[in-house]
Design a protein around this ligand. Structure first.
Ligand code: NAD
Ligand code: WQD
Length: 339
């Protein structure tokens, strides 16, 4: 298939481009480079040994998107492009609603107009809110605590309504849990701007000595050791989940959790990182972070049943690959991180 990958120069998108190319698909990558570097396109080509077509463009711009669809035969779209910083979304809700919702609507419109029947959307486990774990696809969604999460819940509803009116259109809503790790080459990975918000990049930067100490947000949750429990998934497993979703996509709306089904606490992750990489990660316990829930992990059985996909890489591999990427990135100074 000829696959349009929006946000394909970003963290999950770049790994998915590699997985698509390795599975024999062609990719057209579009990205406005607002949260990534152009070099990641070369890195994708280098890993997969295939030339990648890339356009720097904003997918909220309907006219440019129309030209793209007119000039290329597209069999399917994987829509990663979006803003994802939870805290920033609280401060700048309009930026998030416009970017994340308009992009989805513009792309869906182009698909309908040009007869593209496969649309894979990057959703998030955040749409479950504080439901009972493990989260199942059939659960009623609960309000999220921030505009970012709401853009995911709203995008899901918009796409579902579009399918109701256009029953031949196929949409896969992929609810990711906590993506971590990097490609084993160390060429692509997560390079957050500024001080990381997420646990794994923060741990890696503490290990590297860029940050002094990890702050663990609360140890009084009703979990195995009091710290927050999450379902960390290796980004390469996640990327392979997208190929499976695209290959199996039929008309209608299909919802899948992409997680491992395993919960890991913050303390367990720190220990795994220290053991996998033989390095110390100093930490202190501080207050809970507002908006956090105690536990979030998937029932991942539907994706296994219907797509034949399961996550294969364990927490040790996730920690090892995250560390390898952090070291390589710091050594080559290609990081956009400014601390
Ligand atoms: P990322 O920021 O690395 O990638 C997103 C890419 O989209 C970036 O390269 C950015 O430059 C681009 N982009 C943003 N707005 C754009 C626009 N209007 N036009 C063109 N390009 C645009 O983030 P990621 O972690 O790879 O996430 C990819 C998708 O998955 C996002 O939609 C995100 O919300 C979703 N998601 C991420 C996580 C996570 O923890 N990383 C979890 C659940 C869902
Ligand atoms: C994981 C655990 C923290 C940092 C977020 C978004 C979610 C999704 C993925 C996109 C929690 C603890 C963290 C730190 C810590 N993104 N922690 N010290 O909050 O589960 O999910 O990213 O859709 O929408 O909300 O991920 O990595 O921030 O936190 O103790 O410095 O680590 O409290 O228990 P989270 P995270």
């Amino acid at each position: 298939m000829n696959v349009l990958v929006t946000g394909g120069a970003g963290y999950i998108g770049s790994h998915t481009c590699v997985a698509l190319l390795e599975a024999g698909h062609s990719v057209i990558v579009v990205d406005n480079l607002s949260n990534c570097k152009r070099e990641s396109i070369e890195k994708i080509s280098q890993i997969a040994d295939v030339k990648v077509t890339f356009y720097e463009m904003d997918v909220t711009d309907a006219q440019t998107v129309d030209v793209l669809f007119r000039n290329h035969h597209i069999d399917g779209v994987i829509h990663f492009a979006g803003l994802k910083a939870v805290g920033e979304s609280v401060e700048k809700p309009l930026l998030y609603y416009v970017n994340n919702l308009v992009s989805t609507m513009v792309l869906a419109e182009a698909c309908l107009q040009y007869g593209v029947k496969r649309f894979v959307f990057s959703s998030s486990a955040t749409v479950y809110g504080d439901n009972k774990v493990p989260f199942e696809e059939t659960m009623n969604l609960l309000p999220t605590t921030n505009p970012y999460g709401e853009t995911k819940a709203m995008s899901e509803r918009i796409l579902t309504d579009i399918v109701k009116a256009n029953p031949k259109f196929g949409v896969s809503l992929l609810r990711y849990f906590n993506p971590v790790g990097a490609h084993e080459s160390g060429l692509i990975g997560e390079a957050p701007n500024g001080i990381p918000n997420n646990l794994m990049p923060y741990v890696a930067q503490v290990a590297k000595g860029k940050l002094k100490k990890l702050k663990i947000f609360g140890n009084d949750y009703p979990t195995v050791d009091g710290t927050g429990v999450r379902d960390y998934i290796h980004v390469v497993d996640l990327a392979e989940g997208h190929v499976a979703a695209l290959d199996n996509l039929t008309a209608g709306v299909h919802i899948y959790n992409l997680g491992t089904g395993q919960g890991t606490s913050v303390l367990e992750l720190v220990k795994a990182f220290e053991e996998a990489n033989d390095i110390k990660v100093p930490y202190e316990i501080v207050d809970r972070r507002p908006g956090d829930i105690a536990s979030c992990y998937a029932d991942a059985s539907k994706a296994e049943r219907e797509l034949g996909w399961t996550a294969k890489r364990d927490i040790v591999t996730m920690c090892r690959d995250s560390w390898w990427f952090e070291k390589k990135m710091s050594d080559q100074s290609v990081s956009s991180t400014v601390v």
